[in-house]
Design a protein around this ligand. Structure first.
Ligand SMILES: Nc1ncnc2c1ncn2[C@@H]1O[C@H](COP(=O)(O)OP(=O)(O)O)[C@@H](O)[C@H]1O
Ligand code: SF4
Ligand SMILES: [Mg+2]
Length: 353
């Protein structure tokens, strides 16, 4: 069995509030492998960014506390590291790109200087060599005439170009893990596709592990090897892209899939939207956190939190219906898709607890 490059075990992250400590991430576990893309998906507010900021230990600066759990990188627990130790890892072995490229770039320095700075800091190279690395990296991320572009300031470049620069900045020290938090959300659709292609290509070239965070199941379908679906601070379904897309089992996953344009075979239908909203952390429902929005919810769902259930080969679902799904999957691999029609769309119950 391959050893994970980065492994999160039972991570719980809280923010102090008037009501007490609010848990934005609750007992989250995930494993990232070299050369693979792990997608964390879920609606806004589900805890994706808090998870990623915790890996980088930037959550400490955001008012959050890692209450329990471990984050192993090369067998060392990042949770136990001091900020001085983390500074040596951030932007070097662990890199991150954010949603808004402009906020990640400093307007008063040329883009070449900003990329070269990371090389000088982490790899202790001289200015000339670092500048050459910066130009090479700009070329690798597909920026034409990189020698010219390197001397320009962020405001002289388009949004798509700036996101490429941010990616170049993150990758210039050849990190082992790249966290990309909604890296394409601020970009138009064509540029979005180019950036996703670029990440795919660079992952192969640099053999990185990528944690891609997105609210968009369509994006996850394109780039993920492994997917975890997050809702209100917990992972509700996890598996390979094939398992989650071909045999989605959690009603929330089904709802997200149905919201992808083109997922439903019937053309001309309005896009599906999951009813209701993600709950506030101060008022998390008892039992299954998804139950107020879940059509097939039963009495047990309102009272008891579901436990993770492995349907086989690492396809794990946190839903009281999943034991039925396991039986159903053995009978017919297509059943979860059919259930999708009945449960989430039509509201029919096709399984019993
Ligand atoms: N700095 C913060 N202080 C208090 N609450 C926060 C902070 N950052 C995030 N949260 C809360 O944590 C929850 C998860 O947020 P986040 O991880 O940003 O969601 P996502 O990235 O999935 O959209 C939200 O309820 C959000 O309000
Ligand atoms: S446990 Fe119950 S409420 Fe939660 S997702 Fe499953 S069916 Fe719905
Ligand atoms: Mg976020």
């Amino acid at each position: 069995m391959s050893v994970s490059l980065l492994e999160i075990k039972d991570l719980t992250v809280g923010f102090p509030a008037e009501q007490g400590i609010l848990k934005a991430v609750d007992r989250v576990s995930l494993k990232m492998e070299e050369g693979k893309t792990f997608c964390l998906v879920g609606e806004s507010g589900s805890g994706k960014s808090v998870t990623s900021l915790s890996i980088m230990r930037l959550i400490d600066y955001d008012g959050g506390d890692i209450l329990s759990g471990e984050i192993f990188f090369h067998g060392e627990d990042l949770v136990q590291k001091s900020q001085e130790e983390m500074i040596k890892l951030r932007g070097y072995k662990l890199a991150m790109i954010f949603q808004e490229p402009m906020s990640a770039l400093n307007p008063v320095f040329t883009v070449g200087d900003q990329i070269a700075e990371a090389v000088m800091l982490h790899q202790k190279k001289g200015k000339k060599e670092a500048w050459q690395d910066a130009i090479e990296m700009l070329r690798l991320v597909g920026i034409p005439a990189p020698e010219v572009r390197a001397r320009q300031y962020p405001h002289e470049l388009s949004g798509g170009m700036c996101q490429r620069v941010v990616i170049a900045m993150a990758l210039v020290c050849k990190p082992e893990v790249l966290i990309a938090d909604e890296p394409t959300t601020a970009l138009d659709v064509t540029v979005q596709a180019q950036i996703l292609d670029l990440l795919r290509q660079l992952k192969a070239e640099l053999n990185m592990a990528i944690l891609l965070i997105t609210h968009d199941m369509g994006v996850a379908a394109e780039v993920a090897d492994q997917i975890a679906v997050m809702y209100a601070g917990v992972i509700v379904e996890e598996g390979t892209v094939e398992q989650v897309f071909s045999h989605p089992c959690h009603p929330y996953t089904l709802g997200l899939l149905k919201s992808i344009p083109g997922y439903e075979s019937e053309r001309g239908k309005d896009l599906y939207a999951i009813p209701g909203n993600i709950p506030s952390l101060a008022q998390l429902p008892q039992g299954c956190r998804f139950h107020p929005r879940c059509v097939p919810a039963r009495e047990k769902c309102r009272l008891e939190e579901p436990v993770p259930h492995d349907l086989g080969s690492g396809h794990v679902v946190k839903c009281w219906l999943s034991e039925g799904a396991e039986r159903a999957e053995k009978r017919s691999p297509d059943l979860p898709a059919d259930m999708n029609q009945g449960e989430v769309n039509g509201g029919k119950e096709v399984r019993t607890l």
